[in-house]
Design a protein around this ligand. Structure first.
Ligand code: SF4
Length: 235
């Protein structure tokens, strides 16, 4: 029998916040009380005000955010191999005031540094290697070990979803460039960190950022993340 679709769970009650911090901290599920939803929230990334789509939950007078992992370059952090970023203004504006971001850059956190030589996936799609393009340094084992450790840390943070950078050999969830030994390119790859994440969290809602470029898609993702959190809290 086929398993449940990733992130396809009953709709829950939401939990936005207005502090705009990315910091990760443990959320308490105790003493939750429903509270009337204020109609607008300050968006920390754009200084614009957005309407939240769902009712709120609070601990005391503090709203609780759904905690969402994100490829760090999408937040505008200069963590890419070229020293730049891939800030996604639409995503941050649409979702930023409704969630608590938990940024992760696997390549920086594994110790590759910034700037660094670009990497790509090489070999068979079922077991690709993560290799620097020019010098051929193989980071596969280091990334695998890092990923196993990092997903356990993220589990402890009780994530409710994750937004990945599309097409990245570390973060892309599908359609990542994969090169065979002859240098021929297909789009059959999956980023190594994303692969480990999806194996560890088979039901958590995930998206590549380029699937979150219209308001309906953002709304749907937020609802699925809130549903996932609600289902986890009910266990
Ligand atoms: S795509 Fe992933 S590994 Fe690459 S810079 Fe962004 S967060 Fe870091």
């Amino acid at each position: 029998m086929a398993g449940p679709e990733r992130g396809c769970l009953p709709l829950p009650i939401g939990a936005p916040s207005d502090n705009g911090q990315w910091r990760a901290g443990r959320s308490s599920t105790a003493a939750l009380e429903a509270a009337p939803a204020p109609s607008h929230y300050h968006n920390p990334f754009t200084s614009r005000r957005l309407t939240h789509p769902t009712p709120l939950r609070h601990v005391g007078d503090m709203a609780i955010l759904p905690r969402i992992g994100i490829s760090q370059c999408l937040l505008g952090e200069n963590v890419r191999h070229d020293g730049g970023h891939k800030r996604d203004d639409f995503l941050l504006e649409a979702l930023g005031s409704h969630v608590e971001w938990v940024p992760v850059c696997p390549e920086v956190e594994v110790g590759m540094g910034t700037p660094r030589e670009a990497i790509r996936l090489v070999g068979a799609s079922r077991a690709p290697r993560l290799v620097t393009i020019t010098s051929g340094i193989d980071h596969t084992e280091a990334m695998a070990q890092f990923s196993q450790r990092r997903v356990r840390e993220l589990e402890a943070l009780e994530l409710s979803g994750y937004v990945f950078k599309a097409r990245s050999p570390s973060c892309g969830t599908t359609g990542v460039a994969l090169f065979n030994q002859q240098g021929t390119e297909t789009q059959d790859g999956v980023g190594l960190f994303a692969q480990a994440f999806m194996a560890h969290f088979p039901l958590i809602p995930i998206e590549d950022e380029d699937h979150l470029h219209d308001p309906q898609a953002v709304q749907s993702f937020l609802e699925r993340a809130l549903a996932y959190r609600q289902s986890r809290n009910n266990i």
